[in-house]
Design a binder for this molecule. Structure first.
Ligand SMILES: [Zn+2]
Length: 314
């Protein structure tokens, strides 16, 4: 895709959704480029303004810098927007970039979803920006090329149009009372796909809605050790989130301690998520002050180099 077109699409994505970029949020094929920054060196400027304007990865060796929610990546690779068993959604966001290990994992998982779950393939949501970093919309994490969102809606058996990739919605998997999955849409194949992802040795955590975790706990047969990697998380009603470990040789990558080995399936483990105060949180009496965005100075120093590097050749 040509870089000017991508900038144009990025601008559109930014105005369409100012606060969140969820699987069900739409993008647009008809967008304007992001305007240049008046003062790119303003120390208060959100780093998302800088990273969100990068259309291509840094021409550097692959390098993961920092933590999932505070970092960047050089030498990211794009997942091709079409594979035999996958399609990338919301192309206007230009977030189909990741560490090459993640790209390879998604390709493997797509093939498994086809072979083992009988899906035509998988739909891929947000991965990372070309140089990672914070984003204009959604996601505290996804900053270092080691996180990816997979839709819980199987890929249709045909190539989606550009417009469909922006407009099509994922299917809500959680029942309206939020206490369990919607049996009208949940299938054993959903477990097969999530299990295939969790059984990948490089995967550290998978985030799903608590109702989905409950269903996995109830339905998993045989080896259940993979369940420990699948963690309940707010949102994630329409997609699941895969996080991989720091790849070997990534000395600047800040990992996360592994999840406990417990399946996390006991009533006590899940109690918090199904409390009324969690499912229907009361709005705070005093609205919280909006947090200032993360600045470049707050990020690992090497992210400056990643930002300043020339564009990688395509
Ligand atoms: Zn995610």
């Amino acid at each position: 895709m040509n870089p000017r077109l991508i900038l144009f699409l990025l601008f559109c994505a930014a105005i369409v959704s100012a606060t969140a970029a969820l699987a069900q949020d739409k993008g647009s094929v008809d967008a304007k480029p992001l305007p240049p920054l008046a003062n790119p060196n303003d120390p208060k400027l959100g780093a998302k303004e800088l990273f969100g304007r990068k259309v291509l990865p840094a021409a550097m060796q692959t390098r993961v810098v920092g933590f999932y929610a505070k970092g960047c990546i050089a030498g990211a690779e794009a997942l091709p927007i079409d594979g035999k068993t996958w399609q990338v959604m919301r192309l206007s966001r230009n977030r189909n970039w990741a560490h090459p290990d993640m790209v390879a994992l998604l390709e493997r998982l797509a093939a498994k979803a086809h072979k083992e779950a009988g899906w035509p393939g998988i739909l891929i949501g947000d991965m990372s920006q070309p140089r990672g970093g914070p984003m204009f919309t959604g996601h505290a994490s996804h900053q270092v090329g080691l996180d990816a969102d997979i839709w819980l809606t199987p890929m249709p058996n045909r190539q989606l149009s550009r417009n469909e990739r922006e407009e099509m919605s994922a299917v809500m998997m959680v029942r309206s009372d939020r206490l369990d999955i919607d049996p009208g849409v949940w299938t054993p194949n959903h477990l097969t796909v999530i299990r295939a992802a969790a059984q990948e040795p490089s995967v550290q955590r998978i985030f799903v809605n608590a109702a989905i975790k409950k269903a996995l706990c109830r339905e998993a047969k045989g080896d259940r050790s993979w369940l420990s990697k699948v963690r309940p998380m707010y949102g994630h009603d329409y997609h699941f989130h895969i996080r991989i470990k720091c790849p070997a040789g990534s000395g600047e990558c800040e990992g996360q301690s592994p999840p406990s080995e417990s399946e996390g399936c006991s009533a006590g483990d899940l109690a918090y998520w199904f409390k009324d105060s969690t499912i229907h949180p009361k709005p705070p009496k005093v609205p919280p002050k909006p947090k200032p965005p993360m600045t470049l100075a707050q990020m690992p120093a090497a992210c400056r180099q990643v930002l300043a590097a020339p564009d990688a050749k395509q």
